[in-house]
Design a protein around this ligand. Structure first.
Ligand SMILES: [Zn+2]
Length: 74
């Protein structure tokens, strides 16, 4: 058997704290669920910032969505 019992330490991506890479740590490579959520939140905020670059297309689409329903209702 390979040395599976030998727990290797990994640095938490959020707080850089060393935590054991083992089955007992379901949040690996994070040291805690809190750090895992922080990292997911940072990732989500980054993804939300991307659509802002295509704001011109969003304006065009939203304009059509606003005008067309008004015409159909009138
Ligand atoms: Zn951490």
């Amino acid at each position: 058997m390979p040395d599976t019992n030998k727990s290797s330490l990994v640095a938490c991506p959020t707080c850089q704290k060393k935590s054991p890479w083992s089955k007992e740590n379901p949040d690996r490579p994070f040291c805690s669920p809190r750090c895992k959520l922080i990292d997911l939140g940072a990732w989500a905020s980054e993804s939300y910032s991307i659509p802002q670059q295509t704001s011109e297309e969003d304006e065009i689409f939203s304009e059509d969505l606003i005008i067309n329903p008004n015409k159909s209702f009138l």
